[in-house]
Design a binder for this molecule. Structure first.
Ligand code: ADP
Ligand code: MG
Length: 696
């Protein structure tokens, strides 16, 4: 009988969790399997065979006919190759089967995925290897096996491998640090991520009439409607029926896949929404986010809508971001970023927080690099997202704790038991957070975790978290070295906190990151402000960054440069596509529309003057002249844009793309948007902002 408990019935029903495997596998196979998962022990072919058979039977019971190695190539999108379970047995009969060897390793043609100069094209082989730490799942008609992806010569060709490596190495350093601070109970340190995902939902029929959104994910033209988001009445507003039913469907689909969808609400801009799952271990959170973005799009299609994940689909209204909430915890339940009632004496908290402060200050360029997409440049630094200056928010009270330890002036307020009086009878007085939120900070402490708020909505989470891990590893290495040499570990730990705070406090900022004063102050403090992504890439390929990846075995020099190059190429090809689409739209849709309307106006003039020669239609005359001038101007600018695209710099020079080409695109757009304001709405060539933003 159905229990009506939708969550319980759907949650995880399409994921093969370890809990389920425990019942499906022989006891000793399960023990061996868990040793592989937790301790990285080698996998024997017998064990792999038994697991594969269990997986196949489970998947077939859910309607699967195929299995797929699912991986995360450098494009940042997911990839999979499908094979059916059909096999021939020894007697030549057709059976369904999944061999252990097929589960563990797959071979695929790597030549279609970015691999830079790492291989000659004839060495096209790529391998996918089962990632035992992320569970397999059934989606539509396939069993998906999460895998890593590398080349014939063992070069990393994906986003997941560096993340897994960095997670393990961070775990080792974190545990060493804890031991030196006297912890004897924890055996594992876990990196956790909870990602909030913003998105737009628009009508599919309107979307189909907008070449720009279809091909580039964003509008390249479009005049702002009179009402956009001035009164911010969309944020947390009630959900429209169509949106509610989408969100409900989406939640259920995500729950089936074991993605713990938790919070949903309307966002600031019209048609903008947010979805946040509960946090999980980092690797799974990253996989889930990739999967979630796919499912969001698929479910939208069923509802005749389109889910836009671009970070700036509409000019003039807030774009979409992704917030990466991050923390470290131990297997015995200690959150290392939880200050507790007495943070001044909570050494793990002080040490791990200092380590992060040090890493963020030293490697702000790497963190900024993790935020690069062609779309994020259109969003960062406006009054909707943090500026391109990396800083951290700790809140005044915690900062005072650190100041006190560092012997810097400033008072130390007790953080103990602050009650919040909400002044309504019958309601309890809740415990107040240790500080208010700071919604403008790029990297904000939020009680027991750090929230990185600069990511664009469309990006994958692997790169950022690899970098967070890496900068932590480097800081913890420094800390472990010092602690190991010291006789009095506790005193040395406080000295470390002090030294880090004295050297790196310039990265701490509690004020309004959106203000002009901060831009000035940050400059005085010597913080980087990398407004344009091309500036980031100039800094990326330096020895310090390369060495950091190499030193800790995350990526080789070549692999690191490949990861950087792919992001740069994506940027350039995005702008390339945008410029081409814009040119075509102007030529094939906008200009013909203007000519038609000018023609219509001329006919009106002829018809009216035919009946009365003395009538003068100043307004029509003015309009014809005005539109004719504007269309000439538009034609001229569009031709100039065509010329810019033809330049070979277009294919390789980021700053040419971001500065020269995008500048010209803006000029073209301005003229087109002016024309849109003159032509009657029903005669305009394409759906307007008003149609799209208020279309649901
Ligand atoms: P908001 O920033 O909108 O207030 P929430 O406070 O609801 O968001 O939390 C945002 C995300 O942070 C959620 O995914 C939540 O599960 C996650 N989160 C909560 N605690 C932790 C933690 N200790 N480590 C990592 N993520 C966490
Ligand atoms: Mg948030």
């Amino acid at each position: 009988m159905s229990s009506n408990n939708v969550i319980e019935e759907s949650f995880g029903c399409h994921v093969l969790t370890n809990d389920k495997l425990k019942y499906m596998l022989q006891k000793d196979t399960y023990i061996k399997y868990m040793n592989i998962v937790l301790n990285g022990e080698a996998l024997s072919i017998e064990v792999a065979d038994e697991i594969a058979t269990v997986m196949k039977n489970w998947a077939i019971s859910l309607g699967a006919t195929h299995y797929a190695h699912w991986f995360q190539p450098l494009t940042g999108k997911t990839a999979a190759k499908y094979d059916s379970f059909l096999e021939l047995d020894k007697e030549g009969h057709f059976i369904t089967d999944l061999l252990g060897t097929e589960l563990i390793k797959g071979e695929s043609d790597a030549s279609s995925f970015p691999s830079g100069g790492l291989r000659a094209t004839f060495e096209a082989r790529g391998y996918t290897i089962w990632d035992v730490t992320s569970p397999v799942f059934v989606k539509e008609h396939a069993l998906y096996i999460p895998t890593i992806f590398y080349s014939y010569n063992d070069e990393v060709l994906d986003k997941k491998t560096p993340l897994l490596r960095s997670e393990q190495i961070l775990g080792t350093y974190a545990l060493k640090t804890l031991r030196l601070l006297g912890n004897t109970t924890s055996t594992r340190v876990i990196s956790n991520v909870g990602a909030e995902q913003e998105y737009f939902l628009i009508d599919r029929d309107l979307y189909n009439k907008r070449k720009d959104i279809k091909f580039t994910g964003r509008t390249l033209l479009g005049k702002m409607p009179a009402k956009a988001q001035e009164d911010e009445d969309h944020y947390f507003a009630y959900l429209k029926t169509k949106v509610e039913s989408y969100m409900q469907d989406l939640d259920i689909e995500l729950w089936k896949l074991g993605i713990p969808a938790k919070t949903k609400h309307n966002e600031v801009a019209p048609s903008q929404h947010e979805l946040a799952p509960l946090y999980t271990e980092v690797n799974i959170a990253c996989d889930n986010n990739q999967l979630m973005m796919e499912v969001m799009k698929k479910v939208a299609k069923k509802h005749n809508m389109v889910c836009l994940l671009h970070e700036k689909p509409f000019d003039g209204v807030a774009g979409s971001g992704k917030h990466n909430n991050w923390s470290l915890s131990t297997d015995d339940g200690i959150n290392l970023f939880k200050p507790g009632k007495d943070p001044e004496h909570n050494l793990p908290f002080l040490i791990f927080t200092s380590a992060l402060v040090r890493g963020v200050d030293k490697h702000s360029d790497l963190l900024r690099f993790a935020t690069v997409t062609s779309g994020n440049d259109l969003r960062l630094g406006g009054h909707e997202a943090p500026p391109c200056i990396i800083s951290m928010f700790l809140g005044n009270e915690l900062e005072d704790v650190f100041k006190k330890i560092a012997g810097v002036e400033g008072s130390f307020d007790s953080v103990s038991d602050k009650k919040m009086n909400i002044g309504v009878k019958g309601h309890q007085n809740f415990m107040k957070d240790t500080q208010d939120r700071n919604r403008t900070s790029p990297f904000a402490f939020t009680g027991n975790k750090f929230e990185f708020r600069m990511l664009p909505s469309s990006i994958n989470l692997y790169t950022l978290n690899t970098i967070i891990h890496l900068i932590m590893i480097e800081s913890l290495n420094y800390i472990v070295d010092r602690l190991q040499k010291a006789d009095d570990k506790i005193k040395e730990a406080y000295d470390i906190v002090k030294d880090i705070m004295l050297e790196h406090n310039k990265v701490l900022f509690n004020g309004d990151n959106y203000s002009n004063e901060w831009i000035e102050e940050a400059k005085e403090r010597g913080l980087l402000n990398l407004k344009d992504s091309s500036d980031v890439f100039d800094l990326m390929k330096n020895d310090t960054n390369e060495e950091l990846f190499v030193k800790y075995g995350i990526l080789s020099r070549d692999e690191f440069n490949l990861q950087v190059d792919v992001i740069k190429n994506d940027y350039v090809s995005d702008v390339n596509m945008e410029a081409k689409v814009l040119c075509e739209m102007i030529e094939q849709e906008i200009l013909p529309c203007v000519y038609n309307y000018i023609n219509e106006l001329s006919n009106i003039k002829i018809n009216i003057t035919r009946t009365n020669k003395k009538l003068k239609l100043n307004e029509v005359d003015d309009k014809i002249v005005n539109l004719t001038n504007l269309s000439n101007e538009l034609y001229k600018n569009n031709n100039e844009l065509y010329e810019l695209i033809a330049d070979k710099k277009m294919m390789e020079d980021m700053s040419y793309c971001s500065k020269v080409v995008r500048e010209k695109m803006l000029s073209v757009r301005k003229i087109s948007d002016t024309i849109e304001g003159i032509i009657p709405k029903d005669k305009w060539a394409i759906p307007t902002y008003e149609d799209i933003l208020y279309g649901i």
